[in-house]
Every structure is written in structure tokens, then in C-alpha cells.
Design a protein around this ligand. Structure first.
Ligand code: SF4
Ligand code: SF4
Length: 168
């Protein structure tokens, strides 16, 4: 597979210290401590979420391998920031992953689940739309009803930052 040099350059530029990311020596501290890798991978399989391999793939400029709409690929990261804290080379992996996710959406190559989640926020103002069962359970637990957000305000915000267009 051919490296995309322009993409590699963009990845490096989006790291807080562009040169630092080159010093990833694939030690696996990030993957060994990533909670998503822990629940999605096993030792007998190359499947699952892996921040170490995402970093090397980005550094090699393999854009198509990363931005392919895979549900887990670059999207498994929940931005818990553990990898940033344990990397011996002080690489801020989450900055690189934020760039990759933004690129994926800009190119219309995000996974369906992400668009569906964003659509739910656009339509209901909530990541998890209101459900009678949830409200009933809250009532049983003595919790107050969830305040209904101002959906128009949310939609205006999303339109102003250009997200509404990307949802289409
Ligand atoms: S912990 Fe840092 S140096 Fe080690 S593989 Fe991950 S990004 Fe590379
Ligand atoms: S920030 Fe993402 S990649 Fe890093 S440890 Fe957390 S879930 Fe894993």
C-alpha cells in the first residue's frame, strides 16, 4: 500500500509537537493500558481496537486503512486519555485520534453509528433520546424527570458550526 505523504504531514502537524510523534517506538504501553483494547482484543487475534497500530498506520500515511468507516478502527477510542498519560515518549495520542475522526467525518467516511448518534442529538437535543421506560425507571428510583432541552437552540448551534450539513 502506498503512503499518502500529505496525510502523514497533516497527522504530524496536528500533534502539539509535530516532531515528537516520530519517536513512537511501538512499545505498546498505550495498547497495554487502553480499556477499549482490553475488552475488544485477544492475544490470538489481530482484530479489536489498538491505539499503537493506529499511530504507526497514521505515521506511515495509510489514510485509507484508517478512514474506512470501521466502527472500531479509529472510533473505538473513548478519549479517556490513559494512553497520553502512560506514553514514555510523551506522545499525545488523543490529539492524533481527534484529527483522524474529524477527517473521517469531513470525508463522509464515518461509521453509521456515529451519524445516528449525531442525528439523535440534532433531533432531540440528547445523545440518548427520551424513552418512557427510562423515565418510568427514574420515577421508581425517586429521581426527577430529565429536563427537556431546547431543541431549537441545539439545532441552531449545530447549523452554525456546519454539523447539520455533514449529517445529511
Ligand atoms: S506508548 Fe507511545 S511510544 Fe509506545 S507505542 Fe504507544 S504511542 Fe508509541
Ligand atoms: S484515550 Fe482512547 S486510545 Fe487512549 S487509552 Fe483511552 S480509549 Fe484507549
Amino acid at each position: 500500500m502506498e503512503a499518502n505523504i500529505e496525510f502523514r504531514k497533516q497527522v504530524m502537524e496536528h500533534h502539539i509537537e509535530p516532531d515528537l510523534i516520530k519517536y513512537c517506538y511501538q512499545c505498546s504501553e498505550c495498547s497495554d493500558n487502553c480499556p477499549i483494547t482490553a475488552v475488544t482484543s485477544d492475544f490470538n487475534s489481530t482484530k479489536g481496537y489498538n491505539p499503537r497500530s493506529n499511530i504507526i498506520t497514521a505515521l506511515l500515511g495509510h489514510k485509507d486503512l484508517l478512514l474506512n468507516g470501521d466502527e472500531l478502527g479509529i472510533w473505538g477510542c473513548t478519549v479517556c486519555v490513559t494512553c497520553d498519560e502512560v506514553c514514555p515518549q510523551k506522545i499525545e495520542l488523543t490529539e492524533v485520534f481527534a484529527f483522524l475522526k474529524n477527517q473521517s467525518i469531513a470525508l463522509g467516511k464515518g461509521p453509521a453509528s456515529i451519524y445516528n448518534q449525531a442525528k439523535a442529538v440534532y433531533e432531540s437535543g440528547k445523545a440518548i433520546p427520551p424513552q418512557p421506560a427510562i423515565e418510568r425507571r427514574r420515577g421508581q428510583l425517586g429521581l426527577p424527570p430529565v429536563v427537556t432541552p431546547d431543541v431549537n437552540e441545539v439545532q441552531t448551534l449545530l447549523k452554525n458550526i456546519g454539523s447539520a450539513k455533514k449529517l445529511k
